[in-house]
Ligand binder design. Structure first.
Ligand SMILES: Cc1cc2nc3c(=O)[nH]c(=O)nc-3n(C[C@H](O)[C@H](O)[C@H](O)COP(=O)(O)OP(=O)(O)OC[C@H]3O[C@@H](n4cnc5c(N)ncnc54)[C@H](O)[C@@H]3O)c2cc1C
Length: 393
């Protein structure tokens, strides 16, 4: 993190402890876990428990609930710092920090007692948000009118759910879930989807296949199945059929956190490029002394600084919405940061020459990781379309 972006001594102290955690707990384990062929084995409870010991896992919750009440900009900085060590670890906590904060705002007192209180006490509790399903990916991001196929039908005292979700981050590991289901199939998604709180082990709610991913491997993603799953009325979050409209208001920083995660990968790539360019000698001088390489390194820095500034604009505005809010800030920072990271990844490979292609250089893992956010949290094209819908013509 460039010094210029740090705004307070409290932020500095938090970032220093996160940096220490990454150095001691994440970096030494990341390459080995990433190389596991079984996708489930790439996840580490030791890393999660170590994060819990330093207060990281719960830091987005208010102090009353046992958290640190950190703001969105500090959360984004933490998430970026984690991703400098490993993208998967950043995603495990970006999701958990984000969803915990949403739950605190969106849940009623009873739901908070039943979810966030045990969440704080359980050092292994991580969280998931479940929208995507096989026939609804970008549809859920735009959102498109086509209803979700995962349905919850009103029955006496609750809802009967059937269907499935896939690609869901943390979901084979999570303790609590926010699950989006169609509760009025005659309506488009914006008028017919409700959100439910579920706990792992709830009858009729099971985990399916864990997806084998090309990158971001230290985070798990899996399928979830709902088979005649009875969900009591008290697990409905907010008003029925309004989830796509109302819950969006509780997660304005979500896109910026995704941007911060991929930005951390961009920084790791940039640092590798700079380091290599300062040591590798060809054409009688260090690569950094060749004009083409020097210019490329400066352009990498520009892309990183501009993406970070965009992330911080989005997080600052989302925490101060009374001063105005531009909804494109909830969609575009991730598109910008992921495009920057992908560009920086290909340039880092180029700067390393054949060495970059050899796994021993550590660039290959970062390139696989850098691809993750071209699609995660919404395909970039979909986010541009979503933003275009906010603009007046
Ligand atoms: C690593 C990872 C983690 C994820 N974690 C979660 C999670 O925790 N929770 C969750 O709910 N989801 C999660 N997702 C799902 C993610 O949000 C979706 O993959 C994403 O929204 C795209 O959906 P899709 O994969 O079905 O692609 P599709 O929607 O099938 O898109 C395929 C292509 O078609 C284009 N396209 C689609 N619709 C349109 C249109 N109307 N106009 C023009 N072009 C269009 C897209 O831009 C894309 O290029 C995750 C995905 C990944 C990869």
């Amino acid at each position: 993190m460039d010094e210029i972006f740090i705004q307070s001594e409290e932020q500095r102290a938090i970032l220093e402890s996160v940096r220490r955690y990454v150095e001691e707990e994440v970096t030494p384990r990341a390459a080995e876990l990433d190389a596991e062929t079984d996708p489930e084995a790439a996840f580490s409870w030791e890393i999660v428990e170590a994060a819990d010991r330093m207060g990281l896992r719960t830091m987005s919750l208010s102090e009353e609930l046992g958290g640190m009440g950190i703001d969105s900009t500090t959360t984004a900085m933490v998430v970026e710092e984690l991703a400098r060590g490993d993208l998967g670890i950043s995603v495990v906590f970006a999701q958990t920090l984000k969803i915990a904060a949403i739950m605190e705002k969106a849940f009623n007192d009873d739901q908070i007692q039943r979810s966030l209180v045990p969440f704080v006490e359980d050092p292994r509790a991580v969280l998931s948000i479940c929208i995507t399903e096989p026939d609804s990916g970008s549809n859920g991001v735009l959102p498109h009118s086509t209803p979700l196929k995962t349905r919850a039908e009103k029955v006496d005292g609750g809802w009967l759910a059937n269907g499935m979700k896939h690609f869901i981050s943390n979901s084979n590991r999570s303790r609590f879930f926010m699950v989006f289901m169609q509760t009025d199939p005659s309506k488009p998604m914006t008028e017919g989807v409700s959100c439910f709180l579920l706990e792992r082990g709830h009858p009729g709610f099971t985990v399916g296949r864990v997806h084998d991913k090309m990158g971001e491997r230290l985070a798990n993603n899996s399928e979830l199945f709902f088979t005649d799953c009875f969900i009591p009325d008290e697990n409905l979050v907010g008003e029925p059929n309004q989830a796509m409209k109302t819950l969006g208001a509780f997660m304005p920083s979500s896109n910026a956190y995704a941007a911060a995660s991929i930005l951390g990968v961009a920084v790791a790539l940039y640092e590798k490029s700079l380091d290599w360019a300062q040591t590798r000698v060809q054409g009688g001088k260090r690569l950094i002394e060749h004009d083409g390489i020097r210019a490329q390194i400066a352009e990498m820095k520009m892309l990183i600084d501009a993406s970070r500034a965009y992330v911080h604009l989005a997080t600052t505005c989302s925490d101060n919405q009374e001063d105005g809010w531009d909804p494109t800030l909830g969609a575009l920072p991730k598109a910008m940061a992921s495009q920057a990271a992908w560009k920086i990844a290909t340039w880092t490979l180029e700067i390393h020459g054949g060495h970059g292609y050899m796994k021993e250089a550590g660039v290959e893992k970062l390139v696989r990781d850098a691809a993750a956010f071209l699609h995660s949290d919404g395909v970039n094209r979909t986010l541009f379309l979503r933003s275009a819908n906010f603009l007046e013509w």
